[in-house]
Design a protein around this ligand. Structure first.
Ligand code: AMP
Ligand code: ZN
Length: 494
């Protein structure tokens, strides 16, 4: 079987085949770096990361590009309010975004920044003007004339037949149901950041950025374009209008949209007090791995209702998987193999794979691995796991983790980083007792480690190698690397 994905353009599930052999070219709309990313943003970014990882596991090479919107209305407003330049303002949040992505296991795409592609964008506008698709207004702004693109609405399936030709909008986001000519380029208002270009002074509109940078990096037609569901209209509709009227070719083959995340059943909003950045959750004492696991647990096209109970449950699930792996790596088993365990491992590999091939059904993939853990744990207790069963069971776990990426226990140093950041930002009051406790209990002191190493040495003297291996695995899980050399046992922190 091959990967089947829902395509917003066709409103159907289709088989995914890249246009260029084994290379997949995909573009995901990235963040507007005016604040810390919230868990809704990361729901979408994790969904794209799962897709990227699964494509790679399926044998494709992936060219994954993401934009950083580092100039827009909000950024300009906030930078001015804080008395800093746009660059100074966005640098802080871009750095935070990348740190947060790494914290929840997102593999970093190739990043493209709007402010580094201004001449190409101005050039693109100039060409649209030449073809009569864009026009200049008195203040020096440029607009896209949507009447020139009869297919406008084909992605969002909105009917714009009664639209007003020439009605304009200059904000980056606008009323969801009205079609208006949208700003490609905005002339500067007094005091605003702007760039001098052959089409005049100004800055690009948000939609233009993505069209120009995606085609520059990936070609005029590429495989897949991703984002959250709110981007279908107007952002992606406008990207299509700009790009296709420019090239006369289809822009992206697949349109991949992640459904929105709700918190405790409600739309996340600052006024409701249910708005959380990733860092807010870590400050409350939650592990990055639990957050990633929870965000990955609901297939991307289903609404994800984020709850604190769900987050606790996710932590238990991750712990269970980690303990299972420890049991396999640290245990000692009799020689031989048990056919039932061999086939369980093989079935699980197939089960996870076919779940993901089914429009990334992550819930089903997780169910599959847990069924393996359940059955294998039962087999442990009856001694039915033999030495040769360990590699296939571990192999199934590893394959699962190539996508879900929660098995390695590196939560403590990441949580420590968030705590250090909160202190540096003067936000000590936001550090919960739970986070302090988690860090204290999670970190072994040198004395604790020396004690465990002494136990390891004693076990080895007694030729109880499985006990020695068990201690070594426990230390590894706590981030301590142990090396056994002919001169003795050495350790260091990861
Ligand atoms: P922004 O920084 O607002 O442009 O958003 C970055 C990405 O996060 C976009 O792909 C949005 O569609 C997505 N996004 C924003 N809010 C949510 C949410 N509540 N749930 C899922 N995705 C979201
Ligand atoms: Zn975009």
């Amino acid at each position: 079987m091959a990967l089947r994905l829902y395509n917003t353009m066709s409103s159907r599930i289709e088989e995914f085949r890249p246009l260029h052999g084994v290379e997949v070219r995909m573009y995901a709309c990235g963040p507007t770096v005016y604040d810390y990313g919230h868990i809704g943003n990361f729901r979408t970014f994790v969904a794209v990361d799962l897709l990227r990882r699964f494509l790679r596991q399926s044998g494709y090479t992936v060219r994954h590009v993401m934009n950083i919107t580092d100039v827009d209305d909000k950024i300009i407003r906030n930078a001015a309010r804080n008395g800093v330049s746009v660059q100074q303002y966005t640098a802080k949040y871009e750095k935070a975004f990348l740190e947060d992505g790494a914290m929840i296991g997102i593999e970093q795409p190739t990043l493209v920044r709007a402010t580094e592609h201004i001449p190409e964008m101005a050039d693109f506008v100039a060409k649209l003007v030449e073809r009569g698709i864009a026009y200049r207004t008195e203040d020096g702004s440029y607009y896209f004339r949507i009447a020139k693109f009869p297919q406008y609405g084909k992605l969002s399936k909105k009917d714009f037949s009664g639209m007003l030709d020439g009605a304009r909008v200059d904000v980056d986001e606008y009323d969801k149901d009205s079609a208006r000519d949208f700003a490609l380029w905005k002339a500067p208002k007094p005091g605003e950041a702007s760039w001098e270009t052959p089409i005049g002074a100004g800055r690009p509109g948000w939609h233009l950025e993505c069209s120009v940078m995606s085609m520059e990096e990936l070609g005029e037609t590429f495989d897949l374009h991703a984002g959250g569901e709110d981007l279908i209209f107007p952002h992606h509709e406008n990207e299509i209008a700009q790009s296709e009227s420019f090239t006369g070719k289809p822009f992206a083959h697949f349109w991949f949209h992640a459904r929105f995340l709700l918190v405790e059943g409600e739309k996340m909003s600052k006024s409701l007090g249910n708005f959380f950045t990733l860092r807010d959750l870590v400050l409350k004492g939650h592990k990055p791995s639990s957050i990633r696991y929870l965000l990955a647990s609901v297939p991307y096209r289903n609404q994800l209702n984020f709850t604190f109970d769900g987050l606790k449950q996710a932590a238990v699930s991750v712990e269970r998987l980690r303990n299972f792996r420890l049991r396999l790596t640290a245990g000692s088993f009799p020689g031989g193999s048990t056919p039932a365990m061999q086939s369980l491992a093989a079935q699980t590999v197939d089960g996870v794979r076919s779940a993901l091939e089914d429009d990334l059904n992550t819930a089903q993939a997780q169910a599959s691995i847990f069924e393996m853990v359940r059955q294998a744990n039962a087999a442990f207790d009856t001694g039915a796991i033999k030495k040769d069963d360990v590699p296939p069971l571990l192999g199934a776990l590893t394959k699962f983790d190539q996508i879900f990426a929660v098995l390695d226990d590196d939560d403590a140093p990441k949580m420590q980083q968030v705590m250090d950041w909160a202190i540096a930002e003067g936000r000590e009051k936001d550090i919960s007792a739970e986070l302090r406790d988690a860090l204290q209990s999670g970190q072994l002191s040198d004395a604790d480690i020396e004690k465990r190493i002494a136990e390891m040495k004693a076990a080895r003297v007694a030729r109880d190698f499985s006990a020695s291996d068990r201690i070594r695995a426990e230390l590894a899980a706590a981030g301590i690397i142990v090396e056994i050399t002919k001169d003795g046992i050495r350790w260091r922190r990861k």
